[in-house]
Design a protein around this ligand. Structure first.
Ligand SMILES: [Zn+2]
Length: 130
């Protein structure tokens, strides 16, 4: 695959990716902690056995499912960031994996872990391949 960026640019993107990954890991930790606390509250509530309305439990469960959904979304991003870091290493970063054309810089600035150019991403989404 052809090389897109000079080493200097790659270094900048690498730093950006690493920072973003740290942020994501931090967020996952926070959400997990929050979710864990909520489930512990539920458990102790069940042990004491009073004061719980079904509606509250349902909404707590809903929150937790929602948070788990969030975490898995964040985990996907972490995986995408890891893959992008691999591409930085291989110097193929910034090249669309589908059409092998350069991904617009403006897109990489918004989504540094982008794997596809905007056009391919939209095409793949339509075909349900991503
Ligand atoms: Zn493309």
């Amino acid at each position: 695959m052809k090389k897109r960026f000079a080493s200097k640019d790659l270094k900048e993107y690498k730093e950006k990716l690493l920072n973003l990954k740290d942020d994501m890991l931090e967020q996952i930790k926070d959400i997990s902690k929050d979710t864990l606390m909520k489930s512990q509250k539920e458990v102790s509530g069940n042990v004491t056995g009073h004061g719980i309305h079904m509606a509250d439990v349902a909404s707590d469960n809903y929150d937790r499912d929602f948070n788990i959904g969030l975490v898995s979304g964040e985990k996907k991003i972490v995986i995408a960031i890891d893959n992008a870091l691999k591409r930085v290493q291989e110097k193929t970063y910034g090249v669309c994996e589908e059409c092998k054309k350069p991904i617009a810089k403006i897109r990489l600035n918004v989504i540094p872990y982008a794997k596809y150019c905007k056009k391919c991403k939209e095409k793949l989404e339509k075909e349900n391949r991503v």
